[in-house]
Design a protein around this ligand. Structure first.
Ligand code: COA
Length: 258
């Protein structure tokens, strides 16, 4: 891959979008490579969690590649949006936890990419926003939908309609990111959280992601049904016996994911 790197440390895949000359902007090739990196992380059984970050000092991802977008037609524009939506949806539904380590600008498609992750940790130097209306377009990689679901319509519309960039502290205050840490601590904090989740029962982690991500799109009764079904399913696993046995025997659980 040319614009995306993947390395695995301690059971955590670190996927880095790396086009620093354009602040890691997402051209079509980079969206495709992000997808490939996640497919590698999905297939690799040693990977228990994923951290997604940006290469260089300045940016997580500064948006879709405006040079490429400027040439779009109605037909290619729709296809571009659909492709990005599909790749980002597969991140949202990823069976292993995905943490965005937002190391700088997360704008437009970069903010939408962070929104598709399960947990967002930001550096104190990060700035987030959806500036698409300043370019005469709207967010097209799921941002209008995910932002409104995460923050509520009022705050989402304020960000989308003004196109303003907000600093990390404000993003934390409104719930757009989970926490803000010093820039030099970002990867350590993300790694610690990823390793902590990786030490939990992987089938339970997977079921919890599914219950929250799929369940929150359902009517409440159907969400409860999904929760109960997954809860019951986990009773069939060795991991449940191990987790509860370890508690009763006052030792650390050794989960095997079966
Ligand atoms: N697409 C393509 N190129 C981009 C880009 C994007 N989304 N964001 C930044 N770049 C390029 C710049 O054109 C510049 O290239 P150059 O060195 O050839 O001139 C390079 O990255 C560095 O960006 P620059 O604007 O000089 O850095 P800055 O620190 O002055 O400003 C930003 C940083 C993020 C505020 C500014 O680059 C920006 O507003 N980017 C666009 C954000 C956006 O609208 N994203 C949504 C797209 S739908």
């Amino acid at each position: 891959m040319e614009n995306v790197r993947i390395e695995t440390r301690d059971g955590v895949a670190i996927i880095t979008v790396d086009r620093p000359k354009v602040l890691n902007a997402l051209n079509a090739q980079t969206v495709q490579e992000i997808n490939e990196a996640f497919e590698q992380a999905r297939a690799d059984e040693s990977v228990k969690a994923v951290i997604l970050t940006g290469g260089g000092e300045k940016a997580f991802v500064a948006g879709a590649d405006i040079g490429e977008l400027a040439k779009m037609t109605p037909i290619t524009g729709k296809a571009t949006s659909e492709k990005g939506q599909a790749v980002f949806a597969s991140i949202e539904r990823f069976p292993k936890p995905v943490i965005a380590a937002i190391n700088g600008f997360a704008l437009g498609g970069g903010c939408e990419l962070a929104l598709a992750c399960h947990i967002r940790i930001a550096s104190d130097r990060a700035q987030l926003g959806l500036p698409e209306v300043t370019l005469g377009i709207i967010p097209g990689y799921g941002g209008t939908q995910r932002m409104a679901r995460l923050l509520g319509k009022g705050k989402a519309l304020e960000l989308i309609l003004t196109g303003d960039r907000i600093p990390a502290a404000e993003a934390e205050r409104i719930g757009l990111v989970n926490k803000v840490v010093a820039a030099e601590e970002l990867m350590n904090v993300a790694m610690e959280m990823a390793k902590k989740i990786a030490s939990r029962g992987p089938l339970a982690v997977r079921a919890a992601i599914e219950a929250v991500m799929s369940g929150s799109e359902m009517p409440l009764d159907e969400g409860f049904f999904l929760e109960a079904t997954l809860f019951g399913l986990l009773a069939s696993t060795e991991d449940m016996k191990e987790g509860m046995g370890a508690f009763l025997e006052k030792r650390a659980a050794q989960f095997k994911g079966v």
